[in-house]
Design a protein. Structure first.
Length: 228
């Protein structure tokens, strides 16, 4: 499965670490607000993994971590092999995931291959599929991944990108039913860009975002706004 792109230097994708980000092309969602839509929907411009490894060898001591992002990295058939090769170079590993393949996540955690997991929580259960741009979704897989992360990940975050068309009237109690027990949540500002799958979506303003943050912080120890 091709790697669609690489961000050779990031100070944003792995908190307190200097990282390099690898973008896996394939994804099983079509989130309308996805800012990587052009990569997900395209089949061009792939990068050979051996070329990436050679680049990373030149960055040992200069960056701390490598982020496997997407698309959805757990769809990569040889993801474990790729992560092992990168980890052998001495880098920390962060995985960005939508949580749809808990069996892959569980194996990676069991093997001690991931140092940090970031999982997107798209919405409350009744709006989950619509927010993901798909007809249906196995929420059992989503819940299983959340449980694995809370109980087994060395460190982690959950995150939700706030889009007015999907989150303006969020059912907070229903949303919390998915991640109750989590320690950290980021509410991310949506930024419209040419890469988005659907055009014309809108951000939630900072006052509404902070109100939502305050309500969620009643049950989640760390709730932060990101990008505001």
């Amino acid at each position: 499965m091709p790697i669609a792109g690489i961000d050779k230097l990031s100070l944003l994708d792995y908190e307190d670490q200097v990282s390099c980000v690898l973008f896996i092309r394939e994804c099983n969602f079509r989130c309308p607000f996805c800012h990587n839509g052009e990569s997900v929907l395209s089949s061009s411009n792939s990068i050979d993994f051996e070329e990436i490894l050679e680049f990373l060898k030149t960055r040992t001591g200069l960056i701390d971590a490598v982020v496997f992002s997407g698309g959805e990295p757990t769809l990569e058939e040889d993801l474990e092999v790729k992560i092992r090769k990168v980890k052998q170079l001495g880098f920390l590993i962060k995985l960005d995931t939508n949580g749809t393949r808990p069996e892959v996540l569980e194996k990676l955690l069991k093997e001690g291959l991931i140092d940090y997991v970031a999982m997107d929580i798209k919405n409350s259960p009744s709006l989950y599929a619509e927010t993901c741009g798909v007809k249906s979704i196995n929420l059992g897989h989503i819940k299983r991944s959340i449980d694995l992360i809370i109980k087994q990940a060395p460190d982690y975050e959950f995150r939700t990108t706030l889009v007015k068309e999907f989150h303006e009237h969020m059912d907070i109690e229903s949303y919390l039913s998915l991640i109750r027990g989590a320690k950290r949540l980021f509410l991310q500002k949506f930024v419209d860009s040419k890469g988005c799958i659907k055009k014309g979506l809108h951000e939630i303003d900072i006052k509404e975002a902070d109100k939502l943050r305050s309500n969620l912080a009643k049950e989640i120890p760390e709730v932060h706004l990101r990008g505001y």
